[in-house]
Design a protein around this ligand. Sequence first.
Ligand SMILES: Nc1ncnc2c1ncn2[C@@H]1O[C@H](COP(=O)(O)OP(=O)(O)OP(=O)(O)O)[C@@H](O)[C@H]1O
Ligand SMILES: [Mg+2]
Length: 328
Amino acid sequence: MEQVLKLRNLKVVFPTDYGLIRAVEGVDLDIFHRECVALVGESGCGKSVTSQAVMRLLESPPALIRVDALEFDGRDLTQCTEQEMQEIRGRDMAMIFQDAMTSLNPVMTVGRQIDEMYRRHNGDSKKEAREKTVKALELIGIPEPRERANSFPHQLSGGMRQRVLLAMAFACMPKLIIADEPTTALDVTIQAQVLKTLRGMQRGCGTSLLLVTHDLSVVASIADRVYVMYAGKIVEKAPVKDLFTSPHHPYTVGLMAAVPRLADEKKQFTQIPGTVPSPVNKPSGCYFHPRCQYATERCRQEMPRLKPTGKDREVRCFHPLSAGGEQQ
Ligand SMILES: Nc1ncnc2c1ncn2[C@@H]1O[C@H](COP(=O)(O)OP(=O)(O)OP(=O)(O)O)[C@@H](O)[C@H]1O
Ligand SMILES: [Mg+2]
């Protein structure tokens, strides 16, 4: 399968007054053609920093970035100038952020903002661009798209604004879209609709998608493969079905237990005990050991490596769990 993104050994450090923040510690990521890959983990684990580094949007300084390989569509992004990166962003690689209000220009109609994408990247005339914009708005489920195109962002609901961002991201048929918490600010029903639209557009356009989220229920409904991240490291990687039927890392199990399910309403959903470690003062050994019920002396001393556990699966744990949730 054609590889769209190849990231090897990404390390990002922020020097601060309190010490070095090791935000990302040696992350590898692969995304193939037409794939939706999810990057999940609790707040502060380094998901956004990873995705920004992929787009080369991290400001350095303050960030200190090291990477062994960052290849997109066969191109070595580490060698691209800022001008080349600007061309790649928006045309070949687009980004959807959590908060549509800050991503959209408040004083320009949403129609014009989408028009601009077509005009800039395809060289379309005003009229051609507007026709495409109206079609795009229709496709993402905005009623009366021609009229709606003349609305300003504040005149639309949160769900509609997020859909406008989707329309903008897909306008140039990019090879890869990076969506960082694209539905977190929306309420649950609207979230489901926007995700469905995103999934439909992704499949329809043949785009690959990197979905960044802390919410495993979002992952279940849309992703093909999942990377679980904890305190700057990937701790588990698996196809989505395998991950849900048999999570191997105790952290993944904890994340899953925290997802409320309609089916077992009575079951109280549990939380992982403790909190994510301070990024300037991470524990010895496996970063998860202070919160892990299976931790042994070895886990307190030694950082486990990512090890293959099956087809397309890897886990960073000395005591991975098997299908029934039992320790191996
Ligand atoms: N510009 C910066 N300067 C210093 N530290 C930073 C900077 N940007 C991010 N960090 C730190 O890097 C770590 C990872 O942050 P990141 O934003 O990637 O987390 P995240 O997984 O996206 O979390 P969330 O789910 O809350 O969005 C955090 O400890 C954060 O405080
Ligand atoms: Mg984030």
